[in-house]
Unconditional design. Structure first.
Length: 184
């Protein structure tokens, strides 16, 4: 009997570690530049926001790191879109899409010139990455990054303590108002 599909074929796509770290450093440098001018972001809100950005980046790329697994089961209500195991992903494109999505939402009150810097970085990377992979792989990767970032963003908005807490630090969640509470 002849098989229609060769089931012995293995897809050896590039893993996250096969790419350099430049994309991560570029986005980290962008964070430092923007956060410096984001009113009310220091010290605590930036730490919370970076935690969510890090989680989104990790979850978006974990399927490209065979020795790691998703953390989503540890976080109630967090559902992460999966990659297709038989499809190639360009991991720098995934990272670029995650950070572009998250940064544009985490800094709602910064000056337009800072938003422009986010767009310039994202566009520059997209142009470069389109030269490194097929358009099909690029679009799949970008869509996956945006889907994971959306999932983390929507889940993050359910965090009543930290989401948008930076907007008025003297309202509701002010640490000074909680000094007399048990455990303080």
């Amino acid at each position: 009997m002849q098989k229609d599909i060769d089931t012995t074929e293995t897809n050896e796509f590039k893993k996250v570690a096969d790419y350099d770290y430049k994309i991560v450093h570029e986005w980290n440098d962008m964070w430092l530049e923007i956060e410096r001018y984001a009113t009310g972001y220091r010290p605590c809100p930036t730490a919370n926001a970076l935690g969510y950005v890090g989680l989104a980046n990790y979850e978006a790329t974990v399927s490209g790191m065979s020795d790691y697994q998703s953390l989503a089961p540890n976080y109630g209500g967090l559902t992460i879109p999966k990659t297709f195991s038989n499809q190639e992903y360009h991991w720098p494109t995934v990272i670029n899409a995650v950070n572009n999505y998250m940064y544009n939402r985490l800094f709602p009150e910064v000056k337009n010139e800072l938003y422009s810097k986010i767009k310039v970085l994202s566009d520059k990377n997209e142009k470069l990455f389109l030269q490194q992979t097929s358009q099909e792989t690029f679009l799949r990767s970008k869509n996956h990054g945006e889907a994971v970032a959306t999932a983390v963003w929507e889940w993050m908005k359910t965090d009543a303590v930290t989401f948008d807490g930076y907007k008025d630090p003297f309202k509701e969640n002010n640490w000074q108002d909680r000094l007399d509470e048990p455990g303080a």
